[in-house]
Design a protein around this ligand. Sequence first.
Ligand SMILES: [Zn+2]
Length: 88
Amino acid sequence: MNFVCSNCGCTRLEEIMINVTLSSEIASVGEGGDIDYMHYMPYGEYATAGEVDRYQCVNCGAHVKDANGETITDCDELYTRLQELDRE
Ligand SMILES: [Zn+2]
């Protein structure tokens, strides 16, 4: 399913998560506490747990909402909603 923002027409969708624990392997700690990471991936594969707070447009931040205007927080709902929007 492709996302198209109803607000700005952007097709890039992002997932916003809350209560996420991130871990990053440290390569070295330099002078003054400058840390070099093995992998610099701020939203990468080391995220564990957490929950989806919302899905939103990358460009304008508009939340994806269901037919009742409630912000969608579940990937199944997201899929269903994108199908609905595609038919409109
Ligand atoms: Zn948008």
